[in-house]
Write a protein that binds this ligand. Structure first.
Ligand SMILES: NC(=O)C1=CN([C@@H]2O[C@H](COP(=O)(O)OP(=O)(O)OC[C@H]3O[C@@H](n4cnc5c(N)ncnc54)[C@H](O)[C@@H]3O)[C@@H](O)[C@H]2O)C=CC1
Ligand SMILES: CC(C)CC(=O)C(=O)O
Ligand SMILES: [Mg+2]
Length: 362
């Protein structure tokens, strides 16, 4: 039976990088027998422009009917000041919530070839392999009430609510413990329990779960220290588990340790393993239309899609090997500093990965 994958190019560089994922999936189908059907739909600003909503009903229906979805990125300045509920980012939050994608896995892995592209010195970062497990459907991005109102003294104020229930903390906590169990057995829970009640409860629940995972060593760290430790000595971490906002910020930070935000893939999973896969970066409006965006985070997201939602672990490894091959061959997009005579754009990088994949078939 054929797997159904929904492609959501989104906005700005989104379509440019998803075009490379399309090539890759079609190569996996033609050369390696992957049974896959690709469908396309609008999410984000393109949904607003074409169908009047950042998450059109038709897109959600297709997503529910698919085995997995691949997103480029959404958003851009042209939609920043439209009616709040229609903004592209609301569409992304809405699809994550509607599909129950509470577990966001963001691996920060430094390819040995990129050791000099990292923001950190080789002796601090070489061999880096961290997994950030971010809660994705709760916390301050979703808490009610929220809005902008006018106080009695006439001054406007913006407000949001940070709330986490024990049920939400337990399920993401378990995802963190399970991930740590499959890796090096070290889980660092990141919170702000010295100030926030939601974090106080978070810490209490994590401690409660620890007894069920005697093979995992649990530690706690405040988020401000965690940000500092990530750039001081990132290899102290194995798995980090944290809330929605903290995970969003820490994963962009971790991205630079791997050479570029254009390198970090992600998987957003529900309870059953169905998922939405996307690069960690946004729609990069500052470089869109130039054909220079790094497509590797998106291609590595395809690898995660193959592994987690299609149960095609061997093909996932082939994709990861193909990416490693082009980096070993010296190809670099501009964000990686360009190559020594091998500076390539989005399409050329995508083509090179497809060629490296095809070479594995011969
Ligand atoms: N998952 C999503 O769809 C996300 C969407 N956004 C949206 O994207 C828009 C732009 O947000 P920013 O804060 O500028 O973050 P961004 O991640 O789009 O860009 C930050 C910087 O990284 C660079 N960059 C990002 N991806 C790159 C790639 N693949 N190759 C080379 N360079 C890359 C950009 O050129 C920019 O200088 C906003 O509308 C924001 O809301 C932001 C984050 C995630
Ligand atoms: C709409 C934002 C929450 C997207 C983002 O920055 C992310 O998920 O990393
Ligand atoms: Mg982000």
């Amino acid at each position: 039976m054929s797997h159904k994958v929904l492609m959501l190019p989104g906005d700005h560089v989104g379509p440019e990088i998803v075009a490379e994922a399309d090539k890759l999936l079609r190569c996996l189908a033609s050369e390696f027998g992957l049974a896959v059907e690709l469908e396309y739909a609008n999410l984000g600003g393109c949904g607003v422009d074409a169908e009047g909503a950042p998450l059109p009903d038709s897109t959600l229906a297709l997503a529910r009917d698919s085995d997995a979805a691949l997103l480029g990125a959404v958003g851009g300045p042209e939609w920043d000041y439209i009616e709040r509920d229609k903004r592209p980012e609301r569409g992304l939050l809405a699809i994550r919530a509607a599909l129950g994608l509470f577990a966001n896995l963001r691996p920060a892995l430094l390819d040995p070839e990129l050791v000099n592209a990292s923001s950190l010195r080789p002796e601090v970062v070489s061999g880096l392999d961290i997994l950030i497990v971010r809660e994705l459907t709760g916390g301050i991005y979703f808490g009610q009430p929220r809005g902008i109102r006018t106080r009695a003294d006439g001054v406007r104020e913006g407000f949001n609510t940070l709330v986490y229930g024990v049920d939400e903390i337990e399920r993401i906590g378990r995802a963190g413990f399970e991930a740590a169990r499959r890796r090096d057995g070290r889980l660092c829970s990141v919170d702000k329990a010295n100030v926030l009640e939601s974090s106080e409860l978070w810490r209490e629940v994590m401690e409660g779960l620890a007894g069920e995972y005697p093979d995992v060593s649990l530690s706690h760290m405040y988020v401000d220290n965690a940000a500092m430790q990530l750039v001081r000595d990132p290899r102290q971490f194995d798995v980090m588990v944290t809330g929605n906002l903290f995970g969003d910020v820490l994963s962009d930070c971790a991205a630079m340790l791997t050479g570029s935000i254009g390198m970090l893939p992600s998987a957003s999973l529900d309870e059953t393993g169905r998922g939405l896969y996307e690069p960690v970066h946004g729609s990069a409006p500052d470089i869109s239309g130039q054909g220079i965006a790094n497509p590797l985070a998106t291609l590595l997201s395809v690898a995660m899609l193959l592994r987690f939602s299609l149960d095609e672990g061997e093909l996932a490894q082939r994709v990861e090997r193909a990416v490693a091959r082009v980096l070993a061959d010296g190809l670099r997009t501009a964000d990686l500093g360009g190559g020594q005579g091998q500076s390539v754009g989005t399409a050329a990088m995508g083509d090179a990965v497809v060629a490296a994949l095809r070479a594995q078939a011969n």
